[in-house]
Design a protein around this ligand. Sequence first.
Ligand code: FAD
Ligand code: SF4
Length: 488
Amino acid sequence: MGKITGFLEFDRKVESYAPVEERVKNYHEFTLPLKEPELKEQGARCMDCGIPFCHSGCPLGNLIPDFNDAVYRGKWDKAAKILHSTNNFPEFTGRLCPAPCEEACVLGINEDPVTIENIEKNIVETAFKKGWIVAEPPATRTGKKVAVVGSGPAGLAAAQQLNRAGHLVTVFERDEKPGGLLRYGIPDFKMEKNVIDRRLKVLEEEGIVFKCGIHVGKDITGPELQDEFDAIVLSGGATVRRNLPIEGSDLNGVVQAMDFLPQNNRRVDGVKEFENEIMATGKDVIVIGGGDTGSDCIGTSIRHGAKSVSNFEIMPMGTVERPEGQPWPFWPMRLKTSTSHKEGAERFFSISTKKFLGDGNGNLKGLITSEVEWIREPGKAMVLKEVEGTEKEWKCELALLALGFTGSEMTVAEQLGVEADARTNIKASEQDYMTNVPGVFAAGDQRRGQSLIVWAISEGRQAAHHVDTYLMGESALPLKGEGDLPRV
Ligand SMILES: Cc1cc2nc3c(=O)[nH]c(=O)nc-3n(C[C@H](O)[C@H](O)[C@H](O)COP(=O)(O)OP(=O)(O)OC[C@H]3O[C@@H](n4cnc5c(N)ncnc54)[C@H](O)[C@@H]3O)c2cc1C
Ligand code: SF4
């Protein structure tokens, strides 16, 4: 695949970024794309490696060597068809996926891996530009009705697949617009929201009905949905945030990341007034939590004009190289440095927040930390130990809690009698994605717990296959990795 000697001739090259001082003035995406000849060279780097481990690295089973080859040969239309045969929304993954496929790339054993994610983004952007992505409504309708609860990537993927199978699909979303965390979690500088809107337009033209501003469980109950629809897909995400229950956590200025980020995304979308406006402007900001959400809080705070931004992570600092014990082709826990980290945040590792300090009027004015170490005793889980004498006071008027999510909201599941595990992930096996209640399925973060966009799309597609089988006795909807290789 690609050019047989391409990996020997061309070095890895990815898109570059607008300079920090320019990009932090607004919320636009700031990547500077490669030119077409450069992209073809990158496609050419895909070797004829025999067993493409990237396939199994990608949760969608994307047919990576095949689209790389098509790009190398300039057959962008063929590349777009191959890519869409396994991935409904490559414009989301091409921007936001951590690309486990690249960690599994065979070239990555002793060279830089193929730039799979960036090639994916350029294929889909070319396809949109050329007008190749158009509505493909089903030729016939089955008359069966499916309700999808939640419009994140899992719900959207399930909806598009089920609509393709001819079912009448209604997506219920409690937010004012569809997209889930793509719209109200991830900031515009990582993905502008017109990227979601142009895809939603296609979905609507295909016949999917979106009912926004409807909170299932309150505005309409689970059993009412059961009466109206032949099957239900629960894809409401993992929305219950983790708290930091320490002294002072009720002070003004101690704020959940998922209050801060959605508000800002709405602000960027034109909303002017908020009941409780949260701004980082002129403040010393501390972001507690070193993951994607924490990184998004950093980039947003910097764009607000924060005085300083610090980022705390309780785990030790990772290594840039693949750690021992996490060999290729597995996903390694490396030190991840995002574009937001490079915009001016200072990062601190092995640090634990012990107490928030108030100014006497209920407002946050600082916090106390101590350093921690992780002790591993043979045969036991790692234990966290505070390092004596390392207490430190920090000045801080805004502390953003980016500590992840503990599980999903259970109202609808309880109304339907659907079982969940101890972490409130809905129980539905990968065999058929069906819960203990016949006709009720689950997909995405609500089933697997807090995860990734690529997994949400994969789960939505898998669940759709099994819903279709439940309704019709069989299904032609593809399962993971069952893509099409058109002879264009
Ligand atoms: C700040 C942030 C940044 C992230 N960055 C990345 C990234 O860069 N790359 C990546 O791969 N992943 C990232 N993730 C994770 C990724 O966004 C999620 O894994 C993914 O969106 C999960 O998709 P989902 O469809 O399962 O759920 P969600 O995207 O959470 O969507 C669920 C939807 O269901 C709706 N809903 C819930 N209950 C109801 C109800 N009862 N009635 C009606 N509607 C309901 C919610 O309003 C929501 O819109 C990030 C997450 C966060 C929080
Ligand atoms: S979706 Fe993610 S893992 Fe799959 S090919 Fe694209 S970048 Fe790689």
